[in-house]
Ligand binder design. Structure first.
Ligand code: AMP
Ligand code: MG
Length: 373
């Protein structure tokens, strides 16, 4: 081993130190250039979103809500979904009448004694409810609460109780009727003209909340996603091509069997709402009693097994229309939706046969002809 391999000369040391620093600078510069090039490459040549979406499920408004978002920046996506769920919980605090501290529970306690001022959100739900009440000739009625409470389909099912008596139903019906609801648009107040009235926005609140959640996602720059409230869903923007887009594949459950009754391929901003007799019900002596009541008879509506509405001007409207058409039943409900409401519809009649509006076919991927087949 020779000594010159280990120079101890201080001038040499300084030269070598400068060279090392220069090398480090060159390596850092090349590294940074590569990072910038990679970033620009991703931006310019791959503007698509992640193949895998960010998805979260929470229990809100008495059902499992799923928000799915395709985004580029994971932390921004997560923050947006957080905020959307906060908005859903806020709407629940307004509209869930089963929570004693909710705004609607307060209205139901106080509005028989005098006018009660309500929030903008509750007012919007009540207004849409009244519109659908008038448009449906009373099949949809947000004052159906006393009948819903009397039937208490989940409670009766758990206790194995029989359906309520005709007298009980007649008595409950006296406190039902949106014509007995006094709404003052200027003062934004609600008053009950009959004691014992109960407002129930369960037929449209999920659709309303859906729009609020979608609004939060959009305001935070989320442009591609899907919000599912189980019975009312919304496609937001296009599905990314990397994930098989641009169409969204949406499935509707078979109300009498395994699997799906139909699958749709839908474009952006499309509402899908389903009302069915299989979602909440009890059986007594072989007869099914479910949660969608005909305010005109006081009994569970019998004219259909399930109704799916595709389209609609907004979430509350789409949600309310499916409930209204279910009460109207087949064929009246289907004709009404098609002619008067300009939405597409799939309806399973009381014997299980599937009917559709003609315009639905271009949206369908698969369809059973009969439920349970
Ligand atoms: P949906 O699942 O959207 O069809 O809504 C069903 C819910 O709407 C029920 O659980 C009740 O809270 C409420 N409801 C039941 N019958 C009616 C009706 N005829 N009009 C309006 N809301 C109703
Ligand atoms: Mg509904």
């Amino acid at each position: 081993m020779e000594e010159k391999d280990f120079p101890d000369d201080s001038a040499d040391e300084e030269r070598i130190g400068r060279k090392n620093r220069r090398d480090t600078l060159v390596v850092t510069a090349v590294f940074l250039a590569l990072v910038v090039a990679a970033f620009l490459g991703v931006k310019l040549f791959n503007p698509g979103y992640s193949r895998e979406p960010y998805r979260r499920v929470e229990f809100v408004l008495d059902d499992y809500v799923t928000i799915t978002v395709y985004g580029k920046d994971q932390s921004r996506v997560e923050e947006a979904v957080d905020a959307a769920f906060r908005e859903l919980f806020r709407i629940q605090d307004i509209a869930d009448r089963y929570r004693s501290e909710s705004e609607l529970a307060g209205v139901n306690r106080e509005a028989a004694s005098g006018p009660v001022r309500v929030s903008d959100e509750l007012w919007e739900m009540l207004e849409t409810g009244m519109e659908i009440y008038r448009a449906s000739g009373g099949a949809f009625d947000i004052t159906v609460g006393p009948l819903v409470d009397l039937w208490d389909v989940v409670g009766r099912g758990e206790k194995g109780e029989p359906p309520p008596s005709e007298e009980e139903i007649a008595r409950a019906r006296e406190a039902v009727g949106a014509d007995k609801l006094e709404l003052d648009a200027a003062a934004r107040t609600v008053r009950f003209a009959h004691p014992g009235m109960v407002i129930d926005v369960g037929g449209l609140a999920k659709g309303y909340a859906l729009d609020r959640a979608a609004g939060v996602l959009r305001s935070r720059g989320m442009t591609s996603g899907y919000v599912s409230m189980i019975s009312t869903d919304l496609t937001m923007g296009e599905k990314p091509s990397a994930a098989g887009g641009p169409l969204w594949r949406i499935a509707v459950l078979d109300p009498r069997g395994e699997g799906y009754l139909a699958t749709f391929l839908l474009t952006a901003e499309c509402y899908v709402s389903t009302s069915g007799d299989y979602q909440r019900y009890f059986e007594y002596r072989g007869v099914r009693y479910h949660h969608i009541l005909d305010p005109r008879t006081g009994y569970p509506a019998r004219g259909a097994i399930s109704v799916t509405v595709v389209g609609g001007r907004d979430g509350a409207w789409s949600d309310g229309l499916s409930t209204a058409a279910f009460v109207k039943g087949y064929p009246e409900g289907l004709q009404w939706l098609q002619a008067a409401q300009g939405v597409e519809c799939l309806m399973v009649d009381a014997s299980g046969v599937v009917h559709t509006t003609p315009g639905l076919h271009s949206l369908l991927e698969e369809l059973k002809e009969r439920a349970g087949s």
